[in-house]
Design a protein around this ligand. Sequence first.
Ligand SMILES: CSC[C@H]1O[C@H](OP(=O)(O)O)[C@H](O)[C@@H]1O
Ligand SMILES: Nc1ncnc2[nH]cnc12
Length: 287
Amino acid sequence: MSDPVIGIIGGSGLYAVAGLEGAGWRDVDTPFGAPSDALFEGRMNGMRMVFLPRHGRGHRHTPSSIPYRANIAAMKAAGVTHLVSVSACGSFRDAMAPGDFVIVDQFIDRTFARDKSFFGPGLVAHVSVAHPVCPALSAACAAAARAGGARVHEGGTYLAMEGPQFSTLAESRLYRDWGCDVIGMTNMPEAKLAREAELHYASVAMITDYDSWHPDHGSVQIDEILKTLHGNAELATAMVAALPSHVSGGGCAEGCDRALEHAVLTAPDARDPGMVERLRGIAGRVL
Ligand SMILES: CSC[C@H]1O[C@H](OP(=O)(O)O)[C@H](O)[C@@H]1O
Ligand SMILES: Nc1ncnc2[nH]cnc12
C-alpha cells in the first residue's frame, strides 16, 4: 500500500497553508493547461501535502474561469491520492450558521459554463458520481476539523451555481425547498473531475452567510462574507494541520481509487491516439 499524499484546494480566504515543512512553490503545466497557480508542496507531520489556491494568489480567477481540469490534473501528477476541497459557502439552514463547517456529501450541479470531463470524442468514459465524495476522507476531515476547534455538520447537499452574482431571492428559496443545505460556486465540476481522476475527494464547506432566504438576515453581501472568512480561515488552517493524523492510505468503501475500472466505452482500436496521450496522467491505469 502506498503512502497517502494529501492535496488541499483552498477556496476564498485560504490562499496558503501554514506549517508545511520544507515547503516551496513549484510551477507546473498539464495537458489541460496551467492550473490556477503554482503548487505549494511540503510535509505536514511527516505526510506529503500539496496545496493549490483555487482562485490563485491574489484571487485572480472567477468561479467560471478557474481551470478545474488543470487543477485536478496537476494534483494527480503531483502524486496526490486524497484531495480535500475547502470552500466558502452560504447556508440554507438555521442550524448551519456562519462559522460552522459542513462536510458535504451530495451536490446539485447547476453550473453550465465549464469543462466537466477529462474525456471526450475519441475517448468516451462514464463514471458514477451517485456518491460523489469519499466516505473515509470525509470522516477524516470531520475529525480533523473538530480537533481544530470547528463546529462540524457531517453531511449536507451543496448547490453549485455558476455565479459570479449571488442568487436571487426566488432562487435562494427554491434551492432551500429542493433540500439543499449550502450553496457555492466552485465544487462542480471539481468533484466530478476528481472522481474521473480516481482521487479520494472530500469537500469542507465553511459557512460565511445565510444566502438571501433568511428573513432575519437580508440579502447576502460580500462585506459580511469577508468578515466571517477570516475566522473560518483560521479554523481551516487548524483542520489542515490535524489532517495527517486522520488520513490513512489504501482503498475506501466507495472505491474512489478504482472509479475508472469499467468506465471507458471506446474500443481500443477506435480510440483517438491524441486523446489517449492527453489522458495518460489521469486514466493511464486503465488505458
Ligand atoms: C467569497 S464569496 C463567493 C466565492 O466564494 C466561494 O469560493 P470558493 O468555493 O472557492 O471558496 C464561492 O464559491 C464563490 O466563488
Ligand atoms: N451565498 C453564497 N452563494 C454562493 N456562493 C457563496 N460563497 C459564499 N457565500 C455564498
